[in-house]
Design a binder for this molecule. Structure first.
Ligand code: R5P
Length: 282
């Protein structure tokens, strides 16, 4: 068994290979003069683990080409972050179900798919091969424990993220709540924890994805106004689109933490061990 990866998942793929004590196949990635992707894979094995987060359109194309380059092997696909997973419904007529399009495309040429905190578990059913999902909630909880915060409050930005937040909180036996948005006027909203006060407390807002950072920036500002001592933000997938990281830090957030499903300098939690264990268990 060998690991092979797309350009944007090199660090995670190497960590997975190290955990499994196997090698990573060398791949030359380049482009044709017109911008089309090209790649050349080194010597593959009969059993391949293909690691590639879909973080943008280029990484999606590169991943599809990589799967095809490995077409003489039994391929298992590790898809740590799956862009387009949030468009998992036809919210209005005429829209595509984008998650289904991506899932179908990536099912071709692989025998199994492993995702990490996929935005909506229902999306797993759109793959035409068996697909399972891993959760880094416990790993994020373990990381938070290393911060030695005094009685932190773990907050989900909305009710939908509450299950994830509760799993993070259970790693340290901490209290957990979710934010509730109240509209005060046409232009004013208030965001506060539903039941527990943030006053004088260290708060960690946790979510699966930070994209524009808008949700967490607004929440952090309001938590500080309500007397929170420190606010941290943690997520699995640090998309950080359009300067989100900078915007978050400018609100006074003490630190923004994410995992290496998308490789960032603030990727302090790794999905590698869980992925390696899942590959061994299969
Ligand atoms: C949404 O359903 C997700 O769980 C995140 O809450 C969302 O993607 C965060 O988006 P943003 O960072 O743009 O506020």
């Amino acid at each position: 068994m060998k690991v092979i990866c797309t350009e944007k998942s090199q660090v995670l793929a190497t960590r997975v290979a190290k955990a499994l004590k196997i090698t990573v196949v060398d791949v030359k990635y380049s482009r044709f003069p017109d911008g089309e992707h090209y790649l050349l894979a080194g010597e593959t094995d009969d059993e391949m683990v293909i690691v590639g987060s879909v973080v943008d359109n280029d990484s999606l194309v590169q991943l599809m080409l990589l799967i095809d380059a490995c077409d003489r092997a039994t391929n298992r696909l590790v898809l740590p972050y799956m862009a387009y997973a949030r468009q998992d419904k036809r919210f209005k007529p005429g829209e595509p179900i984008s998650s289904r399009v991506v899932a179908r495309a990536l099912s071709q040429g692989v025998s199994e798919v492993i995702t990490v905190n996929i935005h909506e578990k229902e999306v797993l059913k759109s793959f035409s091969v068996p697909a399972r999902n891993l959760s880094l909630a416990g790993d994020i909880g373990s990381y938070i424990r290393t911060l030695h915060l005094d009685n932190p409050l773990i907050l989900a930005p909305d009710e939908g993220a509450m299950v994830f937040a509760a799993q993070v909180a259970s790693a340290g036996g901490w209290e957990c709540d979710h934010l509730e948005k109240t509209r005060l006027s046409g232009v004013e909203v208030k965001m506060a924890p539903r039941q527990l006060s943030a006053e004088s407390r260290s708060v960690v807002i946790v979510d699966d994805i930070i994209s524009t950072g808008g949700t967490i920036a607004t929440a952090a500002g309001m938590l500080y106004q309500q007397g929170a001592k420190d606010v941290f933000a943690a997520c699995v997938h640090g998309v950080f689109t359009g300067g989100a990281y900078v915007r978050l830090m400018a609100t006074g957030i003490r630190d923004v933490i994410c995992s290496d499903t998308i490789e960032r300098s603030c990727s302090r939690v790794s999905a590698a061990d869980q992925i390696a264990q899942a590959l061994v268990k299969h």
